[in-house]
Write a protein that binds this ligand. Structure first.
Ligand code: TRP
Length: 507
């Protein structure tokens, strides 16, 4: 039975898949805007703390759960820590599906910008409103282009393209995933290295790098900076949604998960570092102002810089195309993992076929992606979010992203640390580890991480009390959304978790 679940052909296949999962929109789009928002150099001390204190130990734990049980996240939690832990596992799977819905929507827009490179997006100096493959007309900026793209129905077409690619890659599980990541992961490294070399060799590019990496101790006292760094780290390393456990469950029992965690985190944060250099160098060279929403930096500030990268039109277009192609492939190798986590969980528990599991996931998530790309303008001034889709995306992201990952991280540490016993996991990991873990690991899992996460989660909730997120923007006719979305998410995800935990299961 268990052999049918699939397995990686090689250790390299696993490392490529897991690092491909980790490296995605988080490393390019979200990291740079977080780092900017939280003050460049002020960000990276909390960031390193987040990496060593939270990220690495939790990745070891999530990888370890996969090889130890040979099962995906909810069932691994059930086997190691009982049914109540399984409930949290399913809740995280539900949240993964919410995130998948809007993650694919963002990829759809990136795809749209990539298409735009063949049309009017990257004409040096000018950028026309969105019209795929059209000739340039006179106009303002990449921002205009982006928002006029959002105001068409084209992104709906693009998300179907992205969903199609995801399902194609996932259709035979590990076999097809491995084939895709062998091509995409090296390619995205290549393009990113090209971009950073170009960025740093431009006049003034180095100053951007300095801004990003000069420590700034002033921001360190700000709780928001820490919360930003923690969430960023969880998201970037693909933790807290069952992804890494699913991928690790396809490895042989004797995999060295300490080493694998070090390798995957190193690759992920290395990529993030290079991406940060590339983006900040462009910002400084062209004195661009990255103010605005999370997406603005990658979707229209950087394209603006790319417009001026060269006076030779085809080179500009090529750079523009490659930048969005890079985002699309980096995002694809992540979105497949976001879908594989839930798919593996459903296959394991319900003993259904892969095709059926993928259908159960894809249908509601695709509807979610379409909702996030609805081009209805709700905010004419574009002060808030512009389109209905973008508002839905933004509010969903606020709740699911800020809370699910950290709450699941907290609960899994408590479950593994206190119910199973952190020492049991540590000894199991050490059995095959070249660098065995010391007792400090138990202390981190049992006390340090839960305390840090609980503090951050509670302080975030405390700050929510004054006004519901998103209620400050007048979304003509849709002002019920800021309340509806969090309620919908909680009811649906908790109901889903309850239903699946209740389902009978024999191993
Ligand atoms: N890590 C990916 C990124 O940086 C996104 C991602 C994939 C993810 N799987 C995940 C995030 C699981 C959280 C949990 O873009």
């Amino acid at each position: 039975m268990s052999t049918k679940r699939g397995n990686w052909n090689s250790k390299l296949g696993f490392i490529l898949a897991a690092s491909g999962s980790a490296i995605g929109l988080g490393n390019i789009v979200f990291f740079s805007s977080n780092a900017y928002q939280y003050g460049g150099g002020a960000f990276y001390l909390p960031y390193f703390v987040a990496l060593f204190v939270l990220g690495l130990p939790i990745m070891m734990m999530e990888f370890g759960m996969g090889t130890l049980t040979g099962k995906s996240f909810p069932l691994a939690l059930r086997q190691l820590a009982g049914k109540r832990a399984e409930f949290v596992g399913w809740w995280s799977i539900a949240s993964a599906m919410f995130i998948t819905a809007y993650y694919v929507a963002i990829l759809g827009w990136a795809f749209g910008m990539m298409v735009g490179a063949f049309g009017s997006l990257f004409e040096p100096g000018i950028t026309a409103p969105f019209a795929p493959f059209a000739n340039p007309t006179e106009s303002a900026s990449a921002m205009v282009y982006f928002f006029s793209l959002l105001a068409t129905w084209w992104p709906v077409v693009f998300i179907f393209v992205i969903w199609g690619l995801n399902l194609l890659i996932l259709r035979n599980g590990t076999a097809t995933i491995e084939r895709a990541v062998r091509i995409f992961v090296p390619l995205m490294w290549l393009f990113m290295i090209g971009l950073v070399v170009r960025g740093l060799t431009l006049d003034g590019g180095f100053d951007g790098a300095m801004y990003l990496f000069t420590p700034d101790l002033e921001g360190i006292a700000d709780a928001n900076v820490w919360r930003g760094a923690f969430s960023q780290m969880f998201f970037s390393l693909s933790l807290g949604l069952g992804t890494m456990t699913a991928y690790a469950s396809y490895l042989p029992k004797d995999a060295d998960q300490v080493n694998n965690s070090l390798l995957v985190s190193f690759l992920n944060c290395g990529f993030e570092f290079i991406a940060g250099l590339a983006i900040f160098s462009l910002l400084f060279v062209y004195a661009l102002n990255p103010a605005g929403s999370t997406l603005s930096l990658s979707f229209f500030v950087i394209p603006q810089g790319i417009n001026e990268l060269s006076t030779i039109p085809w080179i500009t277009r090529l750079f523009g195309f490659l930048f969005f192609f890079l985002i699309v492939i980096a995002g694809l190798t992540s979105s497949i993992s976001l879908i594989e986590g839930p798919a593996a969980a459903l296959i394991d528990k319900l003993k259904i076929s892969r095709r059926k599991a993928l259908t159960i996931i894809a249908v509601p998530c695709m509807i979610g992606s379409v909702l996030c790309t609805l081009p209805i303008i709700v905010d004419q001034g574009l002060n808030g979010n512009g389109t209905l889709g973008l508002s839905i995306l933004d509010i969903t992201d606020h709740w699911v992203f800020s809370y699910s990952l950290l709450i699941v991280g907290l609960v899994e540490c408590l479950a593994i640390g206190w119910i199973l016993g952190a020492d049991k996991l540590r000894l199991a990991l050490n059995q095959y580890a070249r660098y065995p873990l010391g007792r400090w690991f138990n202390v981190l899992i049992k006390y340090v991480i839960p305390t840090l996460l609980a503090t951050v989660i509670l302080s975030s909730l405390w700050e929510e009390r004054s006004a519901l997120y998103g209620s400050g923007v007048d979304m003509v006719g849709f002002n019920w959304l800021p309340l509806f979305i969090p309620v919908f998410w909680l009811v649906v995800s908790l109901g889903f978790a309850y239903y699946l935990t209740k389902k009978p299961y024999e191993a």
